[in-house]
Design a protein around this ligand. Structure first.
Ligand SMILES: [Zn+2]
Length: 128
């Protein structure tokens, strides 16, 4: 990791859904649509085919972790019945990935930025 990219600043930008490189622009074009690139610093958000798999992976892993925490908390701390816990876990499994969609992309881009930086969008290389 590069010392030019302080991890706390990049994570702060990720949690606020800002560009991990400059922090000036939002990652979100509209709900459930990530911008192609940053309008301020031109960092490319949507890279090659398959790049989105990392964002999906971040969403799946976080959702499974939340399900595990809710399950253990409900059964061991609250002492809820198993049937009620299953209903609650189903609701968490359906809603959490939708609510976490933007943040999973943001965290994936921040992780990629910390590891290897983001390439700049070059209008001249765009396919016609
Ligand atoms: Zn930017």
């Amino acid at each position: 990791m590069n010392a030019q990219r302080p991890i706390l600043k990049v994570l702060s930008r990720a949690f606020s859904l800002r560009c991990p490189a400059c922090g000036k622009s939002s990652l979100i074009e509209r709900p459930f649509h990530i911008r192609h690139h940053c309008p301020e610093c031109r960092s490319l958000f949507k890279r090659e085919e398959g790049f989105f798999v990392g964002a999906i992976l971040a969403n799946v892993i976080t959702t499974e972790f939340i399900i595990l925490v809710v399950c253990l908390f409900s059964l061991l701390v609250v002492g809820a019945s198993y049937e009620k816990v299953l209903i609650g876990l189903f609701l968490v499994a359906v809603t959490f990935p939708l609510l976490f969609f933007h943040h999973s992309w943001s965290l994936w881009l921040a992780f990629d930025y910390l590891i290897e930086s983001l390439p700049k969008y070059d209008e001249s290389k765009r396919r016609r």
